[in-house]
Design a protein around this ligand. Structure first.
Ligand code: MTE
Ligand code: MO
Length: 325
């Protein structure tokens, strides 16, 4: 991967210009496979369909689709969504998380919820799975690097958890903290960003019905590389806001110091709303390429304000989104 040097001397692997060599190569081997397969008798179309609708071999999670939150876009193939990842705790190449995240132990797993709440609690993963009815929601995910996917997540609105812990009047923000364990996460040995990976939301963002406490995808529990056993997903924000493998949720008074905004404040803001009108200092955010679409290296689609989730606009009424990027 091409790594650019930032002004503060820290290597920033984020770039829209990188060639996703690993994905390209996996495609090439797939095409090779298809050629071999077609000789063996299966039609190309049959094989392509098998590839597109394949799932993993993880425990199934029953969830009812919530039609209010189902993007009409074509879903990204499971294979792409699980082999082209950002999860720096397991390495900075897109293929690293799929290769290295096998060392993550996702059971037993507890999430402690603390800070400005009347009822602090520690919930294990089974308690989280039962906290509210599981829904399937198909969300677009737009990475700040300039690519996007469409993923059928499973979870429930984070507001369900907020209700249970009863925040005090002092709770203005929520902080999401990822596991920080060198033994399970080899990438933590490199000083890329501030560990533990920390993200945060303003309280009204956290309470927005779109904000999804996520426990599964594609009908199954989350693969490790996608943030098992529990992660956040806010589809109107750049992907880096959605912390993976969360062990702690803190309700706090002050705006949290989030990992990316601490590393490169001029490049990654606290809000990080998808916004085609505010470019990253090193590249445009006006368009994106949808992983799995033809013209793989081309940026083909126009990026939509709030990633097309206009219902969040009232949260930012009166805010200058060029300043609060
Ligand atoms: N803990 C942690 N969470 C993380 C990241 C990370 O490196 N570490 N990467 C983020 C980025 S940049 C993106 S685009 C999404 C990618 O999610 P996906 O791999 O499930 O598509 O996860 C986000 N959550
Ligand atoms: Mo990202």
């Amino acid at each position: 991967m091409l790594i650019k040097r930032s002004p503060n001397g820290i290597d920033l692997p984020f770039s829209s210009e990188i060639t996703p060599r690993d994905v390209f190569e996996s495609r090439r081997s797939f095409i090779r496979q298809m050629a071999v397969g077609s000789i063996a008798g299966a039609s190309l179309l049959e094989m392509a369909n098998r590839e597109a609708f394949a799932q993993g071999n993880l425990p199934k999670l029953a969830a009812k689709a919530n039609p209010a939150f189902v993007a009409p876009d074509k879903q990204t193939a499971y294979k792409d969504a699980t082999t082209y990842n950002n999860f720096y705790e397991f390495g900075t190449d897109k293929s690293d998380p799929a290769q290295n995240a096998g060392t993550l132990r996702t059971r037993p797993w507890t999430v402690s919820i603390e800070g400005e709440v009347k009822k602090p609690m520690t919930l294990d993963i089974d308690a989280l799975l039962k906290l509210a009815p599981l829904e399937e929601r198909v969300y677009r995910l737009r990475c700040v690097e300039g690519w996007s996917m469409v993923i059928p997540w499973i979870g429930y609105s984070f507001s369900e958890l907020i209700k249970k812990v009863e925040p005090t009047g002092n709770a203005k923000y929520v902080e999401f903290i990822t596991l920080d364990d060198k033994k399970q996460m080899p990438g933590i040995n490199s000083r890329i960003i501030q560990w533990p990976y920390t993200e945060g939301l303003r309280m009204d963002e956290a309470n927005h019905p779109l904000t999804l406490l996520t426990l599964g995808m594609y009908g199954e529990t989350l693969p490790n590389q996608n943030g098992a056993p529990v992660r956040m997903v806010m589809p109107w924000k750049y992907g880096f806001k959605s912390g993976k493998s969360i062990v702690k949720i803190r309700f706090v008074k002050e705006q949290p110091r989030t990992s990316w905004s601490v590393l490169a404040p001029s490049e990654y803001g606290f809000y990080a709303n998808v916004n085609p009108n505010v470019d990253h200092p090193r590249w445009s955010q006006a368009s994106e390429r949808r992983i799995g679409e033809d013209g793989f290296l081309a940026r083909k689609r126009k990026t939509l304000m709030f990633n097309g989730y206009d219902q969040v606009a009232p949260l930012y009424a009166g805010m200058d989104l060029k300043k609060f990027y």
